[in-house]
Ligand binder design. Structure first.
Ligand code: DQA
Length: 155
């Protein structure tokens, strides 16, 4: 029988304006609030023996600080850098510090929106990218990390 391994830790980072999910352009980003996404990620994590830590910031430096602090303790990272995806070399450089799987998530399909959203400074340093699947993208990203780090289901 599989038993949960509480040693697995995954960090989820949400970038600027994602604290407004539910209110923010619901036609593009959906009606689910960020606290609902985080609660669901934590619940899924518990099923797979993963402790999920969630962090949101509207500030680039705060996101860099959080990535740096993850380097030694986290087994995986899910990041939606939001608008910083398209601008932040600082976040990209911080991600290069992490020897762990990194999944880049975007609720919307950034490749079929405005041209300035098509380029990501993160995608070539991430393990994988999930776009355009709404909140399911986060849950699929956690499933992918669970598989990569060998987390086992508790049921
Ligand atoms: C986003 C896409 C970005 O272009 C945008 O700036 C966001 C959200 C997404 O999840 O679809 O804030 O990352």
């Amino acid at each position: 029988m599989n038993t949960p391994n509480s040693g697995h830790q995954v960090l989820v980072i949400h970038g600027p304006n994602l604290n407004m999910l539910g209110l923010r352009e619901p036609g593009i980003y959906g009606s689910t609030r960020l606290d609902e996404i985080d609660a669901q990620l934590k619940a899924l994590g518990r099923q797979w023996g993963i402790t999920v830590h969630c962090f949101q910031s509207n500030h680039e430096g705060a996101i860099v600080d959080r990535i740096q602090s993850a380097a030694t303790i986290m087994g995986g990272l899910i990041i939606n850098p939001a608008a910083y995806t398209h601008t932040s070399i600082a976040i990209r450089d911080a991600l290069l510090l992490l020897p762990i799987p990194i999944i880049e998530v975007h609720l919307s399909n950034i490749h079929k929106r405005e041209p300035f959203r098509r380029h990501s400074f993160v995608s070539d340093v991430a393990t994988g990218q999930i776009v355009g699947l709404g909140v399911n993208g986060y849950y699929l990203a956690l499933r992918a990390i669970a598989d990569i780090i060998g987390a086992t289901a508790s049921t």
